[in-house]
Design a protein around this ligand. Structure first.
Ligand code: NAD
Length: 499
């Protein structure tokens, strides 16, 4: 059985805590590896290595740090197939989707090549007589990141690339469900020229996370995962005086106006609701058709498309639309929620619960389900299902549809489908959601913009990647310097002004 340890000080090392977690191939249900779960002493050791290595890395000129990112881009392209295969094997998503996971991370690595520009400070020449003032953006020191299972390449890269290029050392605590790709990424960073100890991977669970929160050397925590854990880490990290950003769960609504192009809407919903088996924080999980006629047309068009979705293992080639969910526990939770929807009175237009794939009976496959007439008091509406289930909540008017979306506790992504620019513009302006699509189902911003939700989908002030990442991973120091010429003025006991 493969044993996955940690990546410490440039080396693969075995865990010493004696605790491990099983890593599954979700397509077959087999245990394919065991991953070490670090205890506090292992985390402490990694932090000590990071703290020792970081000052020299921060002292290197930003161009040289950026060159590591340039090389990393090349290596990611070189190893794309290998990374995608390892990712699919532990996560279950299709190979093209796994390559997309790597590419959306790679794009942030590319963006980080611009670090010398992003890290330029500010300078005021002659702020007063003989006085100059300048601001520097300096690294924080040792930073930590805690990532979810659903994007094991992209989200680690969204964190470690900006953190490291800013001059920090970074400790990644990836999901224990699919740890192989994060370990491969750390090895690639070293191959790209990163000094030992600047990027480390410490595998683990709550114990490792608690060690990060309690550690006094770690200056910042980036977290992506479910909302309860996001709140726990945000509260603990802030109380410990760290800089913290935590991104949580989602319930993304798609509003379908009566004038929308229904063929486009159905294509968009099929991909965005069922792609990656719905295990995306930007999945569209709630369809909100406006008006009875729109809703009837939508459901009629969706049913045959949902029924004909092709589900299979990542080895199934291009014919597979989506793969299994990540664990048996996730499968049971999804099926349980579908049953709760039936019990609570929603109309199950397509029932995916009985799905089984010949030869893969032990895999964690869940068929696609479509609900109609869902109401806001039902568990399938209130909870994040994180599976291949699309809920339809019918709205009488645009005003009802926008209110529904705004009243939802989550605010990660949303989309409106319409041909009317006025409605689209009003929606984009008024909606209290962080990422908005207009006829775009998954509006994940590109690397040079920022990614982040509102409400219970994000805790903290700054978003991920884009310019916000350079703010999150640096702190500002402002120097006021005076080189007096001529007579000295003596002591001044009032607050200095530049008059
Ligand atoms: P999760 O919250 O179970 O785990 C995320 C991380 O937290 C993992 O590294 C895990 O080891 C750790 N963790 C789990 N339980 C913990 C505990 N009790 N104490 C401390 N740490 C703990 O999330 P997941 O199932 O891996 O990922 C799916 C979730 O992530 C969904 O809710 C999804 O919406 C969300 N997500 C959000 C975004 C975003 O940008 N907002 C992006 C991707 C995923």
């Amino acid at each position: 059985m493969e044993q996955i340890g940690h990546f410490i000080n440039g080396e693969l090392v075995a865990g010493t805590s004696g605790r491990t977690a099983d890593v599954f191939n979700p397509a077959t249900g087999e245990v394919i590896a065991q991953v070490a779960l670090a205890d506090k002493s292992e985390m402490d050791a990694a932090v000590a290595v990071a703290a020792a290595a970081q000052p020299a890395w921060a002292a290197l000129n930003p161009q040289k740090r950026a060159r590591v990112m340039m090389k990393m881009v090349t290596l990611l392209h070189r190893d794309m197939d290998k990374l995608a295969e390892a990712l699919s094997r532990e996560h279950g998503k299709t190979l093209p989707d796994a390559a997309g996971d790597v590419i959306r991370g790679l794009e942030v690595v590319e963006y980080c090549i611009g670090a010398p520009e992003m890290l330029k400070g500010e300078y005021t020449d002659g702020a007063g007589p003989g006085i100059d003032m300048y601001s520097m953006k300096q690294a924080l020191g040792v930073c930590a990141g805690i990532t979810p299972f659903n994007f094991p390449a992209m989200i680690p890269m969204w964190m470690f690339a900006p953190a490291i290029v800013c001059g920090n050392a970074f400790i990644l605590k990836p999901s224990e469900r699919d740890p192989s790709v994060p370990m491969m990424l750390a090895a690639l960073m070293e191959e790209a020229g990163l000094p030992k100890g600047i990027m480390q991977v410490v595998n683990g669970d709550k114990e490792a996370v608690d060690a990060i929160i309690a550690d006094e050397t770690i200056q910042s925590i980036g977290f992506v995962g479910s909302t309860p854990i996001a709140q726990y880490i945000y509260a603990g990290g802030c109380a410990a005086g760290k800089r913290v950003q935590c991104f949580g769960g989602a319930k993304n609504h798609a509003i379908i106006m009566p004038d929308a192009d229904m063929d486009n809407v159905v294509d968009a919903l099929i991909g965005a609701s069922f792609g990656a088996a719905g295990e995306r924080c930007m999945a569209l999980s709630v369809a909100v058709p406006v008006g009875k006629d729109t809703a009837d047309r939508l459901i009629e068009a969706l049913i045959p498309r949902v029924e004909s979705l092709k589900i299979g293992p990542y080895t199934g080639g291009n014919d597979v639309d989506f793969g299994p969910v990540v664990t048996q526990m996730a499968k049971d939770k999804i099926n349980g929620l579908v049953q709760s929807g039936v019990d609570q009175g929603a109309e199950l237009a397509v029932d995916g619960r009985g799905f089984s794939l010949q030869g893969y009976e032990d895999g964690f496959f869940v068929g696609a389900s479509l609900f109609d007439n869902v109401t806001t008091d039902m568990d399938i509406y209130k909870q994040e299902i994180f599976g291949p289930v699309l809920c339809t909540v019918r709205a009488d008017t645009y005003a009802d549809a926008i209110k529904l979306t705004m009243d939802n506790e989550y605010g990660n992504g949303t989309a409106i489908f319409t041909r009317d620019g006025d409605t689209a513009r009003d929606f984009a302006n008024r909606i209290n959601v962080g990422m908005v699509g207009v006829n775009v189902p998954i509006p994940v911003p590109l690397a040079y913009h920022t990614f982040g939700g509102w409400k219970k989908s994000a805790f903290g002030d700054l978003n991920q990647h884009g310019p916000d990442a350079f703010k999150f991973y640096t702190r500002t120091k402002t120097v006021t310097s005076r080189w007096p010429s001529g007579a000295r003025e003596g002591a001044n006991f009032s607050i200095p002004t530049m008059d």
